[in-house]
Design a protein around this ligand. Structure first.
Ligand code: GLU
Length: 445
């Protein structure tokens, strides 16, 4: 790292002690900025780098709620409003026991550059709670969401901060959160949350968008080599929204996804994933991946780890941060994997990324390849503001266009800064320069 960025990084570590994931996300961006600052030294002036790594506002609050047995629980709620240079803070809410300030900060930081890459005028933020919705009744989830929104409602608004889903927050949770917001404010501000139900302001394609976008990005990378996904074997991790719709789009493009996973293990289905069965198990029954195996002859369950030892051409990590390490990367490469596109946020460790880049394969960082979700959230905001609804084909065509544009701006930025084919540098440089130019225009704020 250059001296100037090294100093900023050291300050981040000193000021945010113990927040390893946040340090990791900041380091990756700062490392990419060497060539950018080399060419345009003004980006390191006026404390711009120091300002961009410091959230504009951090909200942390108590979330008390009562379970079905009458027992009181206390969780912790977070909303990190990281950067509003380009528009209202925008980013999901994550409900998972692993959530803490460092996790939300890393996600919020990534979101700044991801959202900039979409070109849609949205700032970066993230929130969530250490609440675990798994095994909770609908009534318990509702009471939790109502308590969470009672505090969050003071801080959000269609022009201020627009949360959405992430791990553990889907249509059900957004519904309870919206209901409580509307009640507290006495105002039908549809644009305050995205990922809403179709009957009350949601957008077609929002559910599919992150997974679809990740696969479209992989297809664009392959196209630069005159290749495509047709006939390729694909390993997918995760079995949530992102994974399911990555599998769907991969199948539509003629590829053969053969794996998926959850915290109980991973499934290998050499015949190709039966998508209808997977949707039934995960979306309808809220079950475990083992429930798929018990109904699908030929599929097998491996109760530990992720599917990276399965020989494939393409890997799509769609579960969570740091789920693909250097050993897994080496195994994937040895088995001939030539494309990795991140559907999750920061799923590959820095050592895994280094291995992919050293091998010269196509590797896409999540802030570029998983931006389809938030991009379609911005399309939802656009429909809400215009009090209109687009059909599926219109929304999907817009998503496809946005993903192609993100791909091309990464390629272009990588070339401009002397590292053609480096999608990490490309995404960070293209995202950073857009935010930085506007921060400069807005003065020292
Ligand atoms: N949580 C998603 C992400 O990581 C979507 C955020 C949104 O739609 O606002 O980008």
């Amino acid at each position: 790292m250059q001296d100037v960025v090294e100093k900023v990084y050291e300050q981040v570590v000193a000021r945010n002690r113990g927040e390893a994931e946040f340090h990791q996300a900041v380091r990756e961006v700062l490392e990419s900025l060497g060539p950018v600052i080399g060419k345009h030294p003004h980006y390191a002036e006026d404390g711009l780098l120091e300002r961009i790594v410091e959230p504009e506002r951090q909200i942390m609050f108590r979330v008390p709620w009562v379970d079905d047995a009458g027992q009181v629980h206390v969780n912790r709620g977070f909303r990190i409003e990281f950067n509003s240079a380009l528009g209202p803070y925008k980013g999901g809410l994550r409900f998972h026991p692993s959530v803490n300030a460092g996790i939300i900060k890393f996600l919020g930081f990534e979101q700044i550059f991801k959202n900039a890459l979409t070109g849609q005028g949205i700032g970066g933020g993230k929130g969530g709670s250490d609440f675990d919705p798994h095994g909770r009744s609908d009534a318990e989830v509702m009471r939790f969401c109502q308590s969470f929104m009672t505090e969050l409602s003071r801080h959000i608004g269609p022009s201020t901060d627009v949360p959405a889903g992430d791990i553990g927050v889907g249509g059900r949770e957004i519904g309870y959160l919206f209901g409580q917001y509307k009640r507290l404010r006495n105002s039908y501000d549809a644009g305050v949350l995205t990922g809403k139900g179709l009957a009350w302001g949601g957008s077609l394609v929002r559910t599919e968008a992150t997974g679809y976008g990740t696969v479209l990005f992989a297809q664009s990378m392959l196209a630069t080599k005159g290749d495509s996904l047709e006939g390729k074997k694909v390993a997918v991790s995760g079995a949530g929204n992102v994974a399911i719709y990555a599998i769907e789009k991969a199948q539509q493009l003629g590829a053969k996804p053969i794996t998926f996973s959850d915290s109980s293990g991973y499934v290998v289905d050499e015949a190709g994933v039966d998508l209808e069965l997977l949707k039934q198990v995960k979306e309808v029954e809220r079950g475990r991946v083992a429930d798929y195996v018990s109904r699908r002859p030929g599929a097998r369950l491996v109760t530990e780890g992720r599917p990276w030892a399965v020989p494939v051409d393409v890997a799509l990590p769609c579960a969570t941060q740091n789920e693909l390490d250097a050993d897994s990367a080496t195994t994937l490469l040895r088995n001939g994997c030539a494309v990795v596109a991140e559907g999750a946020n920061m799923p590959c460790t820095p050592e895994a990324i280094e291995a992919f880049q050293a091998a010269g394969i196509l590797y896409a960082p999540g802030k570029a390849s998983n931006a389809g979700g938030v991009a379609t959230s911005a399309l939802e905001m656009e429909q809400n503001a215009g009090r209109t609804r687009w059909d599926f084909a219109t929304a999907e065509a817009k998503l496809t266009g946005i993903m192609a544009d993100i791909h091309d701006s990464c390629v272009e930025a990588a070339e401009t800064y002397g590292r053609p084919g480096d999608y990490v540098l490309g995404a960070n440089a293209a995202g950073f320069t857009q935010v930085a130019d506007v921060m400069i225009a807005h003065g020292i704020v």
